[in-house]
Structure formats: C-alpha cells, structure tokens
Design a protein around this ligand. Structure first.
Ligand SMILES: Nc1ncnc2c1ncn2[C@@H]1O[C@H](COP(=O)(O)OP(=O)(O)OP(=O)(O)O)[C@@H](O)[C@H]1O
Ligand SMILES: [Mg+2]
Length: 580
C-alpha cells in the first residue's frame, strides 16, 4: 500500500488559500490590489459585520471580457506576468494569479464586470462547491466583487475569526494603508452602511495623510525626502516629541506595497538614536521606490515582506534621509535649543551635557566602581547656584531631584516617580478626581482608533474618561481625571486604542487578560509626556510627589520597571569614603 497520495484539487486549493487569506481583511487587500492594477480611480469597499458576512469591492477600472471573467478564478490565471523575466521586474501588485482562486475556494463569490467597449457585462457566481454560473450584467465599466460567508466550508478557520470590531479594525487598517500608498485614487469604506473612510482623490501624500489622520497630526511630523539613482524615499516621520507607546504608526511602503521590513525600521530607529526614550517609538510613514530588479517581492504568501538586493545601501539611505529631516526640524522648532537652555537653567551651566550629568550620576551612584567622583562643575551647580540650603530639594539636570534626608541622600527620577503615582491611581481609581467638562471636548480620530474606542467605551471609562460617539470619526469627551486636564487628550486616546488593538490580536477572554490589558494601558497613560505636568516643580509640589510615592504600593519602581528612587545612606557614604 503506498503511503503517499496526491491531495484532491479542492483540498490543495484550500491549503493554498490558507496562506493568502488569513482573515476578511486579506480578501479586502487582494481585491483592492486587483482594482488598483486595473487602473481604478475610485474604489469602494462595503462590508457587513466586520466582513464576516459580506465584503464588496467595486472599482471603475478597465474591467474584464467575458472570457477573462470566467478564467480569472482558476489557479495561476493572471494577465500580469507571462515569463520568468517578468517575475524579476514586477510593476503590478498582483502577479501570482492565485488571489481570486483562493478567495473562491473559501467563500461564495459574485463578480460583475464590463469593459468600456462592450455592450453587455458579465456576472460570474461561484457558490457552494465552487459551482460556477455565468450570466449577463449591465455594461457598466469596472468590476465589482462580492464575497459572502468567508470560510463557510473551512469551519476550523472560521472558528479563528475574531470579534466584528477586531476584524473591522484589520479592514480599516488595510484600506488606510492602500489609501496612503495611492493618494491619487478615491477610497471609500462603509461598514453596515456607515461611512468609515471617505478619502476623495488627493493631490499628494500630505493631503491624503490629512484626510485620514487630521491636520493637527501632520504637524507632529517632518518630511523625509531623498533621491538617488534607482532608489528614492519620501514620506513623514514623527518629531521626537511625538512618540508612541507602541509601534502602531509605523508604515513602510516599498514600491507602494505595505511591508514589514527590519532593515528599514532599524535604519529609522538609528536616526532617532538618543533622541527618544527607550520605551517610546517614533511614528513614520515612509515610501521607498526601488528599481524592481533590485527587490524581490515574491517572498511572502501575503506579500507582507520583500527582500533587497543591497540591504546596506537601503539602510544607509533611509538613516541619512530620516536624520536629515530630523535635524533641520529640531533647529527650526528650537527643540535642541530648548533642551540646552532648560539644562542651563537647572544646572546653571550651559556647557554640561546630558551625557556628562548621567555619567557623573552613574558613577556617583556606584554603578561603575562605587567611587564618588562628582565633577567640580556639578558640585558648584549643586550647592552654590541653588543658594544656601533653604531648599529641601535640588534638581540635578532635568530629570533628577536630590533630597537630603537625616540619613543621607535620596535621588528621585521625577518622571518615573510621577508615573508610578499616577499608574496606581489609575488602577485603583482612588485619588483620581474626575471632572465633568463644562464644554465637552470633540476629538477627531483615525477611523481604526475611532472604531476600537467607541466599541470599548466601558474600558475607556475605567480610566476616568467618559467618551461618546459623535459620528464621522469624532468622539466627544465629557469627563476626565483632573490629571489629564492639560494633557494631549488625542494622544491619550490613541494610546488607549493601541493598547486595545495590540491585545485584540490575541483576543481578550479571561479576567486576568482583561486585568493585564488595563495595567498595560494604565502604564501607557501614566508615562504619557503630557500628563507629567510642568517640568520644574517647586518644593511644595515635590514634597507632595514624594509623599505620594511613599504611599505607593511599589514605590521603588515605575510601571515599566525602572527605579524611581535610589538612596545613599550615611553608612553607604562612610563606606565609599573609606571611613568607619
Ligand atoms: N478588479 C479587476 N479588474 C480587472 N481585472 C481583474 C480584476 N480583478 C482581477 N482581475 C483579473 O483577474 C486576474 C486574476 O486575479 P488574481 O487576483 O487572482 O491574480 P493576480 O492579481 O494576477 O495575482 P495575485 O494572485 O498575485 O493577486 C488578474 O490577473 C486580472 O487580469
Ligand atoms: Mg490579484
């Protein structure tokens, strides 16, 4: 008895489909790609119940003849490449001829299409068991593909579908990415008949960005632009002040394809080196155009990855382009100047670099060799510029405050201390003063974040924020904790949304997962730059902060695990100075 047998065609198709179609959003991605390749100027996506019930993508592209319309569902049926050479010079999004075949093997499909020169259109229906039926349709130029009951015949996969809200988030993300890559095309997305994305054809990426993310958001970004023969980059990257708690807003497009690419993201991070805290992430939307001969797009079933012929060249180019954008921006906006002048104010010496302060402190705290070599400059600032010892606290650089106690010295990381205090308040919901806003605040959000927040109002409410759906991707905030009054509410809402979105991938089930999510969001909110309050606190404010920290359950660590305070007791000092 042979043990090997050839799988039936229908089973082989389902297996192949599994790689291309992971969830409803993959169908939307493939159909939009086909519409773009067909030269569409207008693409409309309509979905019901997060795409689980129905997805329809309609375009005004070139359409198909009757012959092509019946052939397009076969495996390896493509009009986009015909020879091996073509495979290394791909100028279309599709090239494998398998997307429609994959979709038809796991769902029920109706396609209507017509070319401009035809006096009758074609409708192809594929139902249970891939049974195909071809009929006439009105001669409207373009193509409309309707997908019903995804995974109806693969219950194991259907089981893995997440909630409507999660599946819809993925669809919104897909349409957003495509809309960013093709600003010249109009994109519309409707969910259960409600408009979610409305992006008419835009002049350029800047205008498209504003349509999708709002005008105030683009002001947080600087432009990236650099050209070389066979390689160019353009797009936006966030100013070091606009960092995110998660990697959500990081988009890389290679030849207009959204991809994940460690080479490019590493290059971007290297450009921000030392400018942003370790647990914050820059946001970026970068579009690379590379000679198609120098990039292999056929390396991932869902086309999410590419391979470069010359990785180093791309890395260098991206790092230089982002650095170039980053540095002029700092000078213009005065960020670099501000940092120096703030430091000068705190230390009384403009020339002392952050590195200098850190090094001195690290050695002071014995991280290196447990000696105490405080530089003359720092000592002078520390003791003379702040006047005689009327102050109970001394600032060291921007971040640290030293408190002389009866038993020695405590050095506090002010931000970490504040993060810990606020984090525990948010979790315990004690000590938070919730204020109703006299004038509710309207906040416009990107479609994906709007969808997730309005679907998780109760969760948002756990952090003292009372929000309501205001339509057209706007929410109104009716109440918020006093700590958030001067905060960047939009930034906070985006952080909550990204916390939920990160978690959605795994799915919130049990109580402990929910608790983990709440902790994770509370930590993000607590470390949000805008809720930390003023940079320079007076003695009274510092006393309050230190007293609050003493009362915390875990006073010595910030929510991310960094120390909030370090003590040097008299005994430590005696030991350091080799005294008994
Ligand atoms: N919206 C559309 N308008 C015009 N022609 C289309 C459209 N959708 C599909 N086609 C035709 O059907 C063919 C098969 O589409 P399908 O998506 O299965 O494969 P592909 O796009 O060639 O490659 P890939 O599998 O990589 O997407 C395409 O090559 C194209 O000729
Ligand atoms: Mg395709």
């Amino acid at each position: 008895m042979p043990e090997i047998s050839i799988l039936s065609e229908s089973l082989a198709n389902k297996i192949a489909a599994g790689e291309v179609i992971e969830r409803p959003a993959s169908v939307v991605r493939e159909l939009i790609d086909n519409s773009i390749d067909a030269g569409a100027k207008l693409i409309t996506v309509e979905v019901l119940h997060g795409g689980k019930k129905l997805m329809r993508v309609s375009d005004d592209g070139v359409g198909m003849s009757r012959e092509d319309a019946t052939l397009c569902f076969e495996r390896h049926a493509t009009s986009k490449i015909s020879s091996e050479d073509d495979l290394f010079n791909i100028n279309t999004l599709g090239f494998r001829g398998e997307a429609l075949a994959a979709i038809a093997s796991i769902s029920k499909v109706s396609l209507t299409t017509s070319t401009s020169d035809s006096d009758r259109g074609t409708r192809v229906d594929i139902g249970v068991g891939r049974k195909k039926q071809t009929t006439d349709a009105p001669p409207l130029q373009g193509t409309s593909v309707e997908i019903r009951d995804i995974f109806y015949n693969t219950p194991a996969r259907r089981k893995f579908l997440k909630t409507i809200s999660t599946e819809l988030s993925h669809i919104i993300a897909t349409v957003t990415q495509k809309a960013l890559a093709y600003p010249e095309i109009s994109f519309h997305l409707k969910h259960n008949k409600t408009g979610i994305i409305n992006a008419p054809a835009a002049r350029d990426i800047r205008e498209r960005f504003i349509q999708l993310y709002s005008e105030d958001m683009i002001n947080e970004f600087f432009e990236v632009n650099r050209q070389m023969p066979g390689l160019s980059i353009h797009g936006f990257s966030s100013s070091p002040d606009f960092t995110r708690a998660a990697r959500g807003y990081q988009f890389i497009f290679i030849n207009r394809r959204p991809v994940k690419n460690p080479t490019v993201s590493h290059a971007v991070y290297s450009a921000y080196d030392n400018l942003i805290p370790k647990d914050r992430y820059p946001a970026y939307f970068l579009f690379l155009d590379i000679d198609p001969h120098k990039v292999d797009v056929n390396v991932h079933p869902a086309k999410r990855e590419v391979r470069f012929e010359s990785q180093d060249e791309i890395h260098n180019m991206v790092a230089i382009a982002v650095k170039q954008g980053l540095h002029p921006q700092q000078e213009q906006s005065g960020t670099a100047g501000q940092i120096t002048s703030m430091r000068a104010e705190h230390t009384g010496k403009a020339g002392l670099s952050a590195g200098g302060v850190r090094e001195t402190l690290e050695s002071a705290l014995g991280y290196e060799n447990r000696s105490f070599p405080v530089s003359g400059d720092l000592q002078a600032d520390f003791f003379t510029d702040r006047g005689p010892a009327i102050h109970r606290y001394f600032y060291i650089g921007e971040a640290f405050v030293a408190q002389v106690t009866n038993d020695g010295l405590v050095i506090i990381d002010r931000h970490a201390a504040h993060e810990r205090v606020l984090y525990e308040r948010l979790l315990k919901k004690t000590g938070l003063e919730i204020e109703n806003l006299f004038l509710p605040l309207r906040v416009e959000l990107p479609a994906k974040e709007f969808n997730v927040l309005t679907n998780h109002k109760d969760l948002v409410n756990e952090f003292g924020l009372d929000i309501d759906d205001f339509g057209a991707n706007n929410v109104v905030v009716r109440a918020l904790p006093r700590e958030f009054h001067k905060a960047d509410i939009k930034g906070l809402l985006l952080d909550i949304a990204s916390g939920i979105l990160d978690e959605q991938t795994s799915g919130i089930k049990g109580r402990s997962e929910k608790q983990k999510l709440v902790q994770n969001i509370a930590a993000r909110l607590a470390c949000h730059k805008s809720v930390r309050g003023r940079e320079h606190l007076n003695d009274e404010e510092l006393s309050r902060l230190i007293a609050d920290l003493d009362k915390a359950e875990v006073p010595d660590r910030c929510p991310h695990g960094r120390p909030t305070r370090v003590s040097l007791s008299l005994a430590d000092l005696r030991k350091m100075f080799k005294r008994k």
